[in-house]
Structure formats: C-alpha cells, structure tokens
Design a protein around this ligand. Structure first.
Ligand SMILES: [Fe+2]
Length: 176
C-alpha cells in the first residue's frame, strides 16, 4: 500500500472532516454526548459565576471592601482557568463547546446579578451559587463514573473541591 493511500484511509477512519470528530477512547458515542451535556452545564455555571464574582470584585464597597475584593479576585482567576479546561474536555469528547452568553444562560442554574448588592448580600449570593455548582457537579461526576470516563470524573471532582472551598472561605467572612 502506498503512503498516500494509507494516509487517505486513516483520514476516513478518523473522520477528521466531521465537526464533532469521533474519538475512539473507550467511551461510547451516547455517553460522550451525555457527558458533554453535563460538562456544558458545568461550563455555563462556571462562566456565569466567574462573571458575577468579578462584578462583585469591582463593585464591592464598605468595611469588607479589601478582604472581599481580594478573595473574589482569587476565586474568579481560578474559575477563568477552569472554564478553559471544561470547554477543552468537551472538545476531547468530540462535541462542540458552547461559547455564547445566549447558550450559557440557557444551560446555567446561576442567577445573574444586574444591581449592586451590599457586601454581605454579595457574600450570601456567592455562597449559594458555589454550593449550587458543587451540587450539580456531584450529579455530573456520578454520570461520568457510570460511563467509566475517569478523566471527566477527575476534572469535575477537582471543581467540586474548589467550589466547596470557595463556599467555606466566603462563609467564614460572615462569621460573628
Ligand atoms: Fe481587579
């Protein structure tokens, strides 16, 4: 077999022209689609919480200004990195990653904040939102484990730990 025909047949087998590809990684197509859906929810939640956290970083005022300004900065920077990892995992599973606010709004369970709440209200919202993220990620991990997708389960498990830590640090700021 000539070099050209080998390359041609590999191209056909790998289905590289399809926008979704077809990764042969031991996870079925149906499971990959289901997991990409769960990862898309996690991506949308993380993006919307990233945006809210950064907005609070900008707009916080009052006696808690400095501590909340610094804490939200560390948290949104971590979420910014996670957004990329979650989207790229969706691509590795062969599915397109959502990449518009319209899609994120339909996929997320995080409520947007368009006003400027007090520092205390900001903290309460962020606690609830980080808890909600941890909860929905836990459901997604169960789906990943069922599909034997250890890499996705690992990534989502890491994110659960981070959202739980965020919640703890924010709650600690409200302690009397
Ligand atoms: Fe800043």
């Amino acid at each position: 077999m000539s070099r050209t025909s080998t390359a041609k047949s590999a191209t056909t087998v790998l289905d590289v022209k399809s926008p979704t590809f077809n990764p042969n990684i031991g996870v079925t197509k149906g499971d990959r689609k289901k997991l990409a859906g769960k990862l898309s929810n996690a991506l949308a939640d993380t993006y919307m919480l990233y945006l809210k956290t950064q907005g609070f970083h900008w707009n916080v005022a009052g006696p808690m200004f400095y501590s909340l300004h610094k804490l939200t900065e560390a948290q949104y920077e971590d979420m910014f990195a996670a957004i990329d990892e979650l989207a790229e995992r969706i691509r590795a599973l062969g599915e397109p990653a959502p990449a518009s606010f319209k899609q994120f709004l339909s996929l997320t369970r995080i409520d947007e904040e368009t006003g400027v709440p007090t520092a205390e209200e900001m903290i309460c919202q962020l606690v609830q939102d980080n808890d909600a993220c941890a909860k929905s990620l836990r459901e997604a991990v169960a789906v990943a484990e069922e599909a034997d997708d250890v890499k996705t389960a690992d990534l989502l498990t890491d994110r659960i730990g981070q959202h739980e830590q965020n919640g703890w640090m924010l709650r600690a700021m409200l302690a009397q």
